[in-house]
Design a protein around this ligand. Structure first.
Ligand SMILES: N[C@@H](CCC(=O)N[C@@H](CS)C(=O)NCC(=O)O)C(=O)O
Length: 244
């Protein structure tokens, strides 16, 4: 493992620990939505992290519309839709509700799709927010800024859960490149694990499916390399180095 990768994995594990591994286990899951939820968010946003933790705990799949800073696509879409660039923003086509504010979104999700009881890690007010900020600081803003990339024709799919350190590295890249994806949450205790194992052959995340190329793969380092190669636009420096 090279040094950069070791630092990425180490800080991602630390980030998970800073949140007490919230989003590692399913708990208090209730009724299931018929239609997919959608979330405008970005990976480096601590408030978005709270919502993603709630989705993992409640065992909910969700369409992720990544909104990295300077991203040309989903930020603009959200400003038109909701009126301002503030993240997270949840869309629930089942109830017709769509709104800002992480605290309200978390409460809504546990009321609609849980037992109404919110786990302490998400109900500790300023402590929840501070630890989420700290967890993200450990990753030094990864997954906050856009890098030019090609938009895929069909949405990618990722099997993951919020507390998984290796999945975080993949989600950061998906966000940086503004690639929308269907997030399948399979935290410990998830009812979706059996179907996932029948499809993929083993219980391991992250697992990426790209219907545009037919690629289906495990291993975060390989997935990140695949996404960069397939979608990132070559950087000026890199392009001139290749030409020289
Ligand atoms: N109270 C809001 C705060 C949300 C918030 O401040 N989000 C920041 C990102 S962490 C944001 O939208 N910043 C504007 C931007 O990224 O352009 C909540 O909990 O949802």
């Amino acid at each position: 493992m090279d040094l950069n990768r070791a630092v990425d994995v180490g800080t991602s594990v630390a980030s998970t620990l800073a949140r007490g591994a919230s989003g590692a286990f399913v708990g208090n899951a209730g009724p299931r939505p018929g239609k997919l939820l959608e979330l405008y968010e970005f990976e480096g946003c601590p408030f978005c992290k709270k919502v993603r933790e709630a989705l993992s705990i409640l065992d909910l799949d969700c369409v992720i519309l990544p909104c990295p800073k300077n991203g040309p696509r989903f930020r603009e879409e959200l400003i038109t839709r909701g009126g301002k660039a503030q993240f997270p923003y949840l869309v629930d086509p089942n109830s017709g509700r769509e709104f800002y504010e992480s605290g309200e979104i978390v409460r809504y999700l546990f009321a609609e799709y849980g037992s109404g009881r919110i786990p302490l890690a998400l109900a500790a007010g300023p402590l929840t927010d501070l630890s989420a900020v700290f967890a993200n600081l450990l990753r030094a803003g990864q997954g906050s800024y856009y890098r030019p990339a090609r938009s895929p024709e069909q949405r990618l799919e990722l099997w993951s859960y919020e507390a998984s350190p290796f999945s975080r590295l993949v989600r950061e890249t998906l966000c940086t490149l503004e690639l929308p994806y269907l997030l399948h949450n399979v935290a410990r205790g998830s009812k979706s694990r059996a179907a996932f194992v029948s499809r993929s052959g083993k219980m391991q995340v992250p697992y990426l499916v790209d219907p545009n190329s037919g690629v289906e793969m495990f291993e975060s380092a390989g997935i990140v390399a695949y996404l960069e190669e397939s979608y990132a636009e070559a950087r000026e420096g890199a392009a001139s180095a290749t030409r020289a």
